[in-house]
Design a protein around this ligand. Structure first.
Ligand code: ADP
Length: 610
């Protein structure tokens, strides 16, 4: 039976901005509707009834007290702003995503599930929630939009946590400064939302939003998890300026210029450091505070832009190509976080399921992929480089000539004429994203598997041939061992590159999920042995990845624990996120690693600390 009979939203219309803060901009509605149809066509997973007691009660509190505590919170925030999570776990899809769990879970779907979801409407209400959490010793987990797909989505790390969905009611753009090219946003402002607002104010030709592959994430959520975009402003954390943070015990601080007595409104977005220690760092990839406002820089329109695409025929071209890319990138002749994608991902980006290309078992044979690639407008290749040049035409011409001469040193290199590529070709999506127009194309390759889900392995290395080749071969070998199609893409930052390997799996197939997780765990460990660490990771891998940053007897982890215990003595805020556990959780087996795949929980929690 088709899943549409289980998922009522399969036939409903896609929510749009500005009616819904998490909606699609009207210019992408048709595309989103088509994407939704494709997702539900590939879905066979039924809407399962809950198999364990609901709502999930976090360890350390009785069911009666948990329910009593939620009633108390309702009295503070309003009845409609506290939802008990006792319904079936509806996965939805990218644009209608759940805030109760990870719609792409790699574990059993009852594992990392919220006990309730609450919707604060102001910083003051966030303060009330953390004070409440300390009173009742209930773990809380903040999300801004909850679309951190591939890294855990909206799921809390600890079962039964109360998710603080900041985005639903705190979604204002507080300021956009056309003079300073800055903005000040609340957690529920998505890249789509900011882009729409620039349009509404007639500022789109004036300044650009740096958008990730998909624009539905929030600017704050993406930035605190250190996501990237594809204009020259790519590194979001580097581009933010000043935070407002609710600490786990309820104090509110502002960092940077926002800390000035008057609130620093005029300089908040223009100078990130303020005076004194630069404390912002401890609020990214951590569980030390809840960000309620953030300053962000916007990019001036460079006065012209031009995408280009080159293909290279052989896997072995990777090493020499990296040697060419590095000096060009570091000297910013290559100006944006460009992508070098493997052909398997390019074929999958057609949006067609693997079964359309291959009916056998195991990984798709290389000849099949190349045959399919030969049918695409860009023709057969192994690597495709998507980049963009910025500025007026004479400036672009100067840089493009250098790039062309360098890339052509690789035998068989081809420059693809964009005007031979049809409108819905992936190239045009990269073109929009690299020039500040958010898109929704990227999720197409998730349809590779039925009930398609994805999870990422994202190690960092220098932009060097031997490193790229070593990581590529490591990933390829381990994927082959586990019988998983290998879809690597290298994202080239300024001096480093992230290899992003997305494993696509059927989230209704527990055996396939086990293989995907086994493959990831092996890649993390083997990469660490070679000296590579991940820049970001999924909830279920956080303990393992944090464990690879263990220099000097785990000194950094111990320092993080010290900070955690000082700032959050009861350990109520996002316990376990990024492998950081408060005192009440430590030594009780909460960490996940090899052998613990069936469960996400430890045995109990300790007594109140303060
Ligand atoms: P997105 O907005 O891209 O959908 P999420 O809301 O899922 O991203 O956020 C990504 C991760 O970052 C979350 O899992 C959460 O742990 C953390 N996070 C998100 N928003 C905040 C915030 N406002 N304060 C603190 N941590 C946050």
């Amino acid at each position: 039976m088709m899943a549409s009979s289980f998922e009522p939203e399969a036939t409903s219309s896609v929510p749009t901005l500005p009616d819904s803060h998490s909606g699609i901009p009207p210019y992408l509605l048709d595309k989103a509707t088509r994407a939704k149809t494709a997702v539900f066509e590939g879905r066979t997973k039924p809407l399962n009834p809950r198999t364990r007691e609901v709502p999930v009660v976090p360890q350390g509190i009785s069911r009666d007290d948990f329910l009593k505590a939620l009633e108390e919170l309702k009295a503070e925030l309003g009845e409609g702003n506290v939802e008990v999570n006792d319904k079936p776990l509806k996965d939805g899809w990218y644009m209608e995503h759940p805030n109760t769990h990870d719609m792409m879970t790699i574990l059993d779907e009852e594992e990392c599930v919220a006990g309730a979801v609450v919707y604060p409407g102001s910083t003051e209400e966030v303060v009330k929630i953390v004070k409440w959490a300390n009173k009742w010793l209930i773990p809380v987990f903040p999300i801004s939009m909850g679309r951190n797909l591939g890294y855990g989505g909206a799921a809390p790390r600890v079962r039964g946590s109360v998710t603080i969905d900041l985005g639903r009611r705190m979604n204002k753009i507080l300021d956009i400064s056309p003079q300073d090219y800055t903005c000040l946003v609340e957690p529920g402002v998505s890249f789509y939302g900011l882009y729409e607002e620039l349009g509404r104010r007639g500022l789109r030709d004036h300044m650009w939003v740096d958008t990730p592959d998909l624009g539905g994430g929030s600017i704050i959520g993406n930035t605190v998890d250190r996501g990237v975009g594809y204009t020259p402003y790519g590194d979001h954390w580097a581009c933010h300026s000043g935070l407002e943070v609710v600490l786990p015990t309820g104090e509110v601080i502002r960092t940077g210029m926002g800390a000035l007595t008057q609130g620093g409104e005029n300089t908040w977005g223009v100078f990130p450091y303020g005076f004194g220690p630069f404390s912002d760092g401890i609020f990214s990839q951590s569980n030390f505070g809840i960000v309620t406002k953030m300053g962000m820089t916007l990019m001036p329109n460079p006065g012209g832009h031009e995408s280009f695409m080159y293909t290279f025929p052989n896997e072995e071209d990777l090493g020499p190509l990296m040697e060419i890319i590095r000096p060009l990138r570091i000297s910013t002749i290559l100006e944006n976080v460009a992508q070098l994608r493997h052909v398997t991902q390019t074929v999958a980006a057609s949006g067609l399921p693997k079964s359309k290309f291959y009916s056998g078992t195991g990984t798709i044979p290389s000849e099949t992929i190349h045959r399919a690639a030969a049918q695409t407008p860009a023709g057969d290749h192994t690597w495709a480089y998507y980049g963009m040049c910025y500025g007026p035409s004479h400036i672009r011409a100067y840089k493009l000539a250098i790039i062309d001469a360098e890339f052509r040193k690789i035998p068989g290199c081809r420059k693809i004429d964009p005007f031979t590529l049809p409108e819905d070709e992936y190239f045009w999506s990269r073109d929009r994203i690299a020039s500040g127009t958010p898109d929704i194309h990227e999720l197409r390759w998730v349809n590779w598997a039925p009930n398609g889900a994805h999870i990422a392995f994202s190690p960092v290395s220098p932009i060097r041939g031997p490193d790229a080749t070593k990581l590529f071969q490591l990933g390829k070998r381990i994927h082959e061992q586990y019988g998983i199609d290998f879809m690597p893409a290298f994202c080239v930052g300024l001096r480093e590159m992230h290899l992003i390997v997305e494993i696509v799996f059927d989230r209704d197939d527990s055996e396939e999920k086990k293989r995907a997780l086994g493959c990831l765990r092996d890649m993390v460990d083997e990469a660490a042995k070679e000296g590579y660490g991940e820049y970001r990771t999924h909830l279920v891998l956080m303990d393992q990845v944090a464990g690879t940053y263990a220099w000097n007897d785990g000194a950094l982890g111990k320092f993080n624990e010290k900070l955690k215990d000082a700032l959050d003595p009861n350990g109520i805020l996002a316990p376990g996120r990024c492998g950081i556990w408060g005192k009440r959780y430590r030594g009780r087996g909460w960490e996940m690693g090899r052998g613990s795949e069936g469960r996400s929980e430890g045995k109990g929690v300790g007594e109140r600390v303060v």
